[in-house]
Design a protein around this ligand. Sequence first.
Ligand SMILES: *Cc1c(COP(=O)(O)O)cnc(C)c1O
Length: 386
Amino acid sequence: MSRGINTRCLHLETDENEISHYGAISYPIYQSATYAHPEVGRSTGYDYNRVSNPTRDQLQKIVASLENGKEALAFSSGMAAVTLLMEMYKPGDHIIADLDLYGGSIRLFNQVNSKNGISFSFVDTLRENIEDYITDNTRAIYIETPTNPMMNITDIRKAADIAHRHGAILVVDNTFMSPYFQNPIDLGADIVVHSGTKYLGGHNDTLAGFLVTASDEISEKLKFLYKTTGSCLAPFDSWLILRGIKTLGIRMERAQQNALEIARWAKTKKSVKKVIYPGLEDHPGHELQKSQARGFGAMLAIELESKEYALKVLKKIRMIKYAESLGGVETLITYPSTQTHADVPKEVREANGITDSLLRISVGIEDVKDLIGELEQVFDETDAGR
Ligand SMILES: *Cc1c(COP(=O)(O)O)cnc(C)c1O
């Protein structure tokens, strides 16, 4: 019987047969670029850091275990991970992607991968059927659920089934849920993507990315590309992410609890036109989310009565910071239309509901009374100034 996820954030069962590294409880940082060989043709298991490093290996094993995957590879950022994944494809290949993906992924697909002859269809997985977009050349379906920032939920089991019936693979960017709340491989995904910069690291201090695989065949392909292209995570950064993961569970629980309270508070405000949080019962994806995840996460979006109102809120917040990124212990507010989604064409953005009056909140682990207290004050002042 597999151990619980909080235990797996801390311990690797395979490590427990003997005391290693002088008994160090915190895994050592192997800050070495290369490794001595005992004799010709023999290796300690490590040759050169681009290929492998003990600290990074430890991190990769923990992340693979958290996602119930075969193997994980750690990259210098989430985008480095997605970029490497796209190296699996060649001119003529076709990929179906959710149209509400992370803005950086859309920019990569449209402005970098397309010029290399890979074609993309962007699908509204809420209102359209993915299967209608399948062609003979479709190699992968790439989704994020919940999406960023509209929190649309896609049925992972169904997407996996469509992909597999047509000889394609399913890739799920699981950054928003983290392995603590959702495990796409258990639902049929072939590759899981993470921006480790977000919940896995959790402290807004380190960039990292991951690809987790469900089969040895995909692992082998990706490992060849990994050692060849070189976007590996540095030893010290691997250690920071290892340390962040130790508290993943308690951070996720606390942030989720805060997010639900903020969502409920926002619903009571007249100036808020819409609160988008999958944990609210009136969210259209609430039931589907419950069927495929163990929680709702800590990301929410609120649509305010006007662009001016949204801009005033951004100007007035103090402890809560106006900054890109998410998934850290500090609460951040993002303005998607000029930050994360600036490179998504305005028509596409607005068709997805990403208007100029939308704010995205990444809820942290502060005392929720302080978060709501600050928001209440900012909203009161903004209301008074109208
Ligand atoms: C941040 C993010 C990425 C990109 O990760 P970086 O670490 O910033 O390169 C990809 N997908 C999602 C959902 C993200 O939030």
